[in-house]
Structure formats: C-alpha cells, structure tokens
Write a protein that binds this ligand. Structure first.
Ligand code: SF4
Length: 311
C-alpha cells in the first residue's frame, strides 16, 4: 500500500464514503457516483449536517466567532441554493429557519463544551480537511479528505471525524471500529505519517466527534448533545482493513463490468436513501427519465479529493 503525492495515474478512484455506500447498497452508490444525482429537495438532515460541518471546520481553524459567522453566511447561501432548485413551501422555509436557529444555539453550546473537553483529547490540531490518496492495489486509489488530524500529549496522531445525527442513539465502539469510512481514515493517517506528509508518529486509533440536533430547546436538553469516542485499532487490523477494502473494490468492479448495480434493500431505504422512487421505477422497468428530471439535478462539481473524478 502506497501513499504519495506523486502516484501514477489510476484507473479507478474511490472515496471512503463510496466504499461505505457500496457496502450499504450498490444501487445507491450508482445513483450517486455514476449518475451524480442530487435531490432537488434537500432533506433537513442533509442541510443541517452540511452546515454543522462548515461550522466545525472553521471552529478549529479560526475560532468560534468566525465559525458562527461562517455558519450564518453558509445558511443563507444554502437557502438560496435550495430556492434556485425548488419553490420552497412556507412550512419548509420555516423549518429551514428554525434549523438554523437551533444550529446557532448548538454552536454556542459546543464552544462551551469543547473548551472544557478538547484539552483532554489533544494538544494540537495538526490538519483540517487533510487530503489523502492511498494506492490500495495497482491502479486503484482510495482518495478523500479527513475532517481533522490531532496530536495528543504523548505525540500520537488521531484522525477525527465530525458527525451529526437526528437520532438519540450514538454508535457504540464496535460500530465505530467496523465502519469502513473510519477505518480508511485510520489507514490513511498511518500512511501519511509513514510517507512524511504528516509527522512520523504512532496512530493508535480514531476519534468520533458527534452532535445531535433532535431537540427543540438545546439549552434544556436532558441528555448530552455531544458525544466523543476514542476507539483504538490494533496494529494487526491494518491487514484485515486492507483486505476488506480490496474485497469492496472487487465487488464494485463486478457491478460496473456487468453494468448492473443491484439493490440491497433494508432500513436504509427509508432513513438514508433519497432514491427510493427511482429505485422502484428501475425495478419495474418503467421509463425513469421524467422522474429523474422532476426530483434530481445532476451534480457538476469536482470530487472531494485531489485529482481525478473516478470512472
Ligand atoms: S431504495 Fe433501498 S435498495 Fe433502492 S437504491 Fe435506495 S437503498 Fe438501495
């Protein structure tokens, strides 16, 4: 496995989230990665997550005040973006405004919480939005960005991922440890340290930094709004994680060669997938083009990594 900024051209680029989607449902990955379909009607869960991510990125680079200003500006831009795609109903606009108000309160509470908690976890932020490329096998590059890399008081490095949820259930250690995205970040930081892109230090595990927004009045929430877990990975996990990623890439290639991405139904059809109607239409072999135009736009931006745009 190689990480360098000077990799030979790859035949296949995949992001950790894409491998995770491959695990959850290959067809969902096809809608996202190949057809590049983005729902016109953004779900509150998505815009809250996007805005929270922007807040934390700025929080750990420029501090609370700048992060709050970025949150407000980004919320206005996001609202304009949604309004350019669909006519927002009054109740949707009210829901959006209420979500932004809630996010602003949670942002203040996070500042109070993190001021006390952060020093227990790290002494220094080494990188924010750290890009990486791993040549997993010849010609196959896993590429992406890690929210943060921090250094603890013993000089160890920890990849760090910011997550938001609308549920009261936090993932336990085993779910974090088995998560493909998090495991890839661990592998990537180890490789970046080995390659000298990051300081050459031990990388004992991964930090999950969660926030929940399923409260009306965050200041009076009865259970914690924030959840931080440190999960350690044994050194030997490097081989099993690599094998797991290679198996997912092979599965991806089989689907791609057959030009058929199978549906993998489950609970995620309801809580995670925005393509349910399209998926059913494809199963019924009906003409999906009108439905596609009505519900989605085609994403024309760049991928979230250094170069290449996958296949
Ligand atoms: S509806 Fe379910 S099976 Fe269909 S693409 Fe979405 S997640 Fe996959």
């Amino acid at each position: 496995m190689v990480v360098t900024t000077d990799l030979p051209p790859a035949t296949l680029y995949l992001e950790p989230t894409e491998l995770q989607d491959m695990e959850v449902c290959p067809r969902m990955l096809d809608f996202k990665k190949h057809q590049r379909l983005v729902p016109k009607r953004t779900s509150p869960k998505l815009y809250k997550g996007k805005l929270w991510h922007i807040f934390l990125e700025r929080y750990y680079t420029e501090g609370h005040k700048a992060a709050k200003a970025a949150l407000t500006d980004s919320a206005e831009a996001e609202k304009r973006r949604i309004q350019s795609l669909v006519l927002m109903k009054p109740e949707e606009e009210a829901e959006f405004d209420e979500a932004v108000r809630l996010l602003e309160v949670v942002a203040d509470l996070y500042d109070e919480w993190a001021t006390e908690e952060d020093p227990k976890y790290f002494t220094r932020v080494i990188a924010v939005e750290q890009p990486f490329e791993i040549e997993l096998v010849r010609g196959v590059v896993i590429a992406g960005r890690i929210d943060m890399v921090v250094e603890d008081r013993w000089g160890n490095l920890w990849p760090w991922d910011n997550k938001s949820t609308s549920s009261s259930n936090w993932p336990d250690d085993s779910l974090i440890r088995l998560n493909t995205q998090f495991r890839t970040y661990w592998l990537a930081v180890k490789s970046l340290a080995y390659a000298g892109v990051l300081p050459d230090r031990r990388v004992p595990g991964f930090v999950y930094n969660g926030a929940r927004f399923n409260v009306k009045n965050p200041r009076n929430a009865r259970t914690p709004l924030f959840y931080r877990r440190v999960v350690r990975f044994p050194e030997a996990a490097q081989d099993t994680i690599t094998n797991n990623l290679v198996a997912l890439v092979e599965e991806y290639r089989i689907h791609k060669d057959r030009r058929y991405f199978r549906p993998q139904p489950g609970q995620h059809c309801v809580w995670r997938c925005p393509y349910t109607e399209l998926c059913l239409a494809e199963e019924n072999q009906t003409d999906v083009s009108a439905l596609r135009d009505e519900l989605f736009v085609v994403y024309d931006g760049r991928p979230n990594y250094l170069r290449g745009d996958g296949e």
